[in-house]
Each structure stands twice: as C-alpha cells, then as structure tokens.
Design a binder for this molecule. Structure first.
Ligand code: HEM
Length: 353
C-alpha cells in the first residue's frame, strides 16, 4: 500500500534487478556523489541549532533528527534541499507508517483509512518524478530519481508507478530509521555525557580518529536500539534451525533487539559502552551477533549512507551543542521501528556553559 513494488517488498528476479540498480548508487563512487548533499543537510541543521541556541528556544530533538534525515535523503533523490512545503506533505509518510500496525484487516478498508495521506504522498512523488523527467536537475546536480528515470528509457519495467514506489521506499526505509537512531543516541548521551567528551577527545576536528569514535557511538546506539528491531522471514521449504524443525510456510521473526542484549554474546549488555566498537576484540566475532542492518542478501542497501549521514551530522553538532532535556520518554514504542515513546523537548546549551 505504501511502498508498492519498491525494492523492500519486491521478490524474485524483479527484486534482484531493482536491487542491482540501487546498489550501484549506494556504494563506492555512487555514494561519494551524495556525500556533499549530506554535508549540506548537516550544515542546514547546524545553522538552525545555532539559531535555537541564541534565542533559547525549546526544540523537539526527535523532530529535528527527522527533519535532518528527510532533508539528506530528499537532496540525494532530487538534488534539491527539502523545502517547508514538501516537508509538511511528507509528514504523511510517517503518518501512514505509524498507522500500519493498527489498520483494519482487508486491503480496501486499510487503504480507505489512510487514503488522504496516500494521496498527499502520491502528489509529492508525481511532482518530483515529473521534474526529474523534464531533466530539471536541482542545485546539487541530478539525483537518484534521475537515475531511475534514465533507467526507464531502456527498461520498460520502470513505469511511473515503479519509480514512485522506489522513491517512497527510499523515503520510508531511509529516514525514520536514521532519525530514531540519532534520537536514541542523544538520549543515551544525556545519561552518559562522558561518552560525548571521549568521542570528541579521540582526535581533532575532521580527523579519522574522531570520525571512528563518533561512529562507535552510532554502532553502540544501534546495538541497544536497532531501529528495525524485528525482521520477519518466511520459510519456503522444510528446514532445521539451531536444532529445531521448521516446516515450510512457517513465519520466523528474528529480533536484533534481543540478540544485541544477549549476555551470552555481549558482556554487560545493558551498559552503554561505545568502546566495544573501537577495541579489536571488543565485540563478538560471530557475524550474527550484531545485525542492525540485517544480514545476507536482503541486508540494508543504505548502510553506508546511514553511517555517513549520522557521523557527518554528529561531527557538526556534538562540538557546539548539548541538548538539555526538560523531560525524556521513559519507554520505547515498538512499531515498525523502535522509537522513544514521547516528545523529547530540549534547549541547546554550549559545552562548558
Ligand atoms: C540507521 C539507519 C538504518 C537502519 C537501522 C536500517 C536497517 C535496515 C534493515 C535491518 C534492513 C533489512 C530488512 C530485512 O532484512 O528484512 C534494511 C533494508 C533496506 N534499507 Fe535500511 N536501514 C537504515 C537506513 C537506510 C537508509 C538511509 C536507506 C536509503 C538511503 C536504506 C534503504 C534500505 C533499503 C532500500 C532496504 C531494502 C533492501 C532489500 O530488500 O533488498 N536504509 N534496512
């Protein structure tokens, strides 16, 4: 309903081909093309935070992280910074995603319940695809949407509908996940302020040491709060899994949230200790012990993008601002992603103030 036949939902040969096209964009040189756009989004957020700090205005950190993540992916898709009008309309993506677990059974009733939001999403997508088709590159040059439109010239399967589905898939897969990770990270730093200081002290601004230490903060956050906390699979044939017989047709839920907190794998698992990801033997060697980005053929296509955008934003914000929360959510909401259950209001203080 929301992502149609986009790569996240596609199967078989169609999925393989769609994945191959997107993969070229999200690795190596493809990814480097989007790096400057992520920096642009980080600078915009940093500028906004400087303004909030000057006026003492209260901000919702979760909303700020969503704005940043949406801006980063929108710039990469279209070549344009996110404007207020588009941001307003794209709130419909989060509204549909949040409503999904509670929608009535039956496709027609479910679609009816969110029809207005789906229409808003379709209108934004139509406009963006139309602009890409007219060859109108944004100020940052052509975006991923232009790649999809160009593919359509040679590959008839890339209909307007499929291009819309890929666009919405990347918006869904690529913004709430990153935003909730960054929000959890700020809530964890609120309880563990020394971790921020240690990351900044690891090296000078722009150094590889500082970048690695900041990335360790992100990984440790993703260990405790892997935004995609449950990953469903469907057994297509009889199998045996860890000694259990699994019949064809069985649904299996893997849960990185539990695996990442298994004391048999992670010493003192509830403790926030980013250094685990810096020491050579700080984390279990088993590849299945840590899988916030999934594992195997369907693993996250945006892994590099997510790690770059979170690190780049934190390189901009951590040295200059510390959110002083006036209240913090005490529980997590387990929906499609695991999010802090409540608002995250804060004023921004200068370090050492
Ligand atoms: C911290 C941020 C992120 C997390 C934790 C995350 C996590 C995941 C996970 C666990 C999967 C696999 C789902 C499964 O196996 O069922 C996945 C798939 C995917 N992710 Fe991410 N993701 C993040 C950011 C992103 C970003 C930024 C993008 C795009 C720019 C993206 C695009 C995708 C796509 C397209 C897939 C589907 C791959 C396929 O089915 O072949 N993700 N993600």
């Amino acid at each position: 309903m929301l992502i149609g036949d986009g790569v996240l939902a596609a199967t078989g040969t169609a999925w393989k081909q769609q994945r191959r096209l997107l993969q070229s964009q999200f690795t190596g040189t493809g990814m480097r093309r989007y790096e400057q756009r992520i920096v642009g989004a980080a600078r915009t957020t940093a500028g906004r935070w400087n303004g909030y700090a000057r006026t003492g205005q209260t901000v919702d950190v979760a909303r700020e992280m969503r704005r940043f993540a949406l801006d980063a992916i929108w710039r990469s898709l279209t070549g344009h910074p996110l404007d207020d009008g588009t941001e307003h309309e794209l709130a419909a993506v989060a509204a549909v995603a949040a409503a999904l677990p509670t929608l009535p059974a039956g496709a027609t009733d479910a679609e009816g319940a969110v029809a207005a939001d789906l229409a808003r999403i379709d209108a934004v997508a139509r406009h963006a695809v139309g602009a890409a088709r007219d060859g109108a590159a944004g100020p940052d040059g052509p975006g991923l949407l232009h790649v999809l439109v160009e593919a359509a010239a040679e590959r008839p399967e890339y209909t307007d509908r499929l291009i819309r589905d890929e666009l919405v898939t990347l918006l869904v897969a690529g913004h709430e996940t990153t935003a909730s990770t960054l929000t959890w990270l700020y809530l964890l730093l609120d309880r563990h302020p020394a971790a921020r200081e240690q990351a900044l002290a690891a090296g000078a601004e722009g150094s590889a040491q500082r970048r690695q230490a900041i990335q360790a903060l992100v990984h440790e956050t993703l260990r405790l709060y892997p935004s995609a906390w449950i990953l469903p699979r469907h057994a297509t044939e009889d199998d045996t899994l860890a000694g259990y017989a699994v019949e064809a047709g069985t649904d299996i839920l893997t849960c990185p949230y539990l695996t990442h907190r298994d004391p048999g794998l992670w010493p003192d698992p509830e403790r926030f200790a980013p250094r685990r990801f810096l020491a050579p033997d700080g984390r279990p060697a088993h590849p299945g012990a840590y899988f916030p980005f999934g594992i195997g053929a369907r693993a996250c296509l945006g892994l590099q993008f997510a790690l770059r955008e979170t690190t780049i934003l934190l390189e901009h914000l951590l040295p200059a601002h510390i959110p002083a929360f006036s209240s913090v959510p005490t529980k997590a909401a387990y929906g499609i992603t695991v999010r802090p259950d409540g608002p995250t209001p804060a004023t921004l203080e200068a370090p050492g103030a």
